[in-house]
Design a binder for this molecule. Structure first.
Ligand code: IPD
Ligand code: CA
Ligand code: CA
Length: 260
């Protein structure tokens, strides 16, 4: 898998350079209310797909900006050209390029590149996770009351505010504090690196979360849905994301179950 790993890194760095160059220079369009896309998202995705198609013409892919190739190949690249587009469009320097490679539905390679901080998170199945070449590990915080959490709010939120805010309230009353930073891929990596202890969000898509899932698991963390079950179908990855250092998973799971 050496070649795939090299191609993954080439894609991350190439797209990262494009995004960096365009930061602050592009306008955005709306895909839906509050769901933004810029020319940079499209340009990054184009560059990534060009590299993948040149190197692995037989592989399939699933990319956020209308990019789907589904020939039945067991290999599938899952691509978010810019994760954190709202930050990007507002020139907030916290966004990433997120790319995973799945083999028969299982993520075998994952990479998330934080463009502005020049932080590259990588993982290979069974081989651990790294940040800029150094091994990373989840935190040792074992009580929710001592945890720093992160979350996000789905774009489709109009009719769900009561439920979303109830959950937020229950968590913020149970931990040190909560952050909302705007890149799901980086949220996962920051749990992997021990900067956060847990993360929850729902209605995400596979491209937001597939690379982060492997990075977090390889760093010793745990990822399940809101009923504690492992994710099985790639197309549904991220529908419900509960991602922790493993030690506070049960406590977070109990809070998620509360409905008031
Ligand atoms: C979004 C980010 C954000 C999360 C949203 C995602 P995008 O991805 O990951 O943190 O809260 O739900 O859709 O649209 O910037 O690629
Ligand atoms: Ca995303
Ligand atoms: Ca995106």
């Amino acid at each position: 898998m050496k070649r795939e790993f090299a191609v993954l890194q080439e894609c991350l760095k190439t797209a990262g350079a494009i995004a960096k160059k365009r930061l602050g220079k592009v306008s955005y369009q709306l895909k839906a209310r509050a769901n933004l896309v810029t020319q940079a998202d499209v340009a990054c995705q184009k560059a990534i797909l060009k590299i993948i198609q040149k190197n692995f013409p037989q592989h399939d892919f699933l990319a956020e900006e209308n990019g789907l190739k589904n020939t039945g190949s067991p290999w599938k690249w899952v691509i978010d050209p810019i994760d954190g587009t709202t930050n990007f469009a507002h020139t907030m320097p916290h966004f990433s390029v997120s790319i995973a490679l799945a083999y028969k539905n299982e993520i075998v390679l994952g990479g998330v590149y934080d463009v502005c901080k020049d932080e590259l998170f990588l993982a290979r199945k069974g081989k651990g996770a790294t940040l800029n070449g150094k091994k990373i590990h989840v935190s040792r915080v074992n009580k929710l009351e001592n945890a720093l959490l992160v979350t996000g709010f789905p774009y489709v939120r109009q009719n769900r505010m009561k439920e979303l805010l109830t959950r937020f309230k229950n968590f913020i009353l149970s931990c040190h504090d909560i952050r909302r930073l705007g890149s799901a891929a980086l949220d996962m990596c920051w749990v992997a690196a021990g900067r956060f202890d847990g993360y929850w969000e729902d209605c995400l898509n596979p491209w937001d979360i597939s690379a982060g899932k492997l990075i977090l698991e390889e760093a010793g963390g745990k990822v399940t849905d809101f009923s504690g079950k492992k994710w099985t179908r790639l197309e549904r990855f991220g529908q419900q994301t509960l991602a922790t250092n493993g030690l506070i998973h049960r406590e977070m799971f109990d809070i998620i179950k509360l409905d008031r």
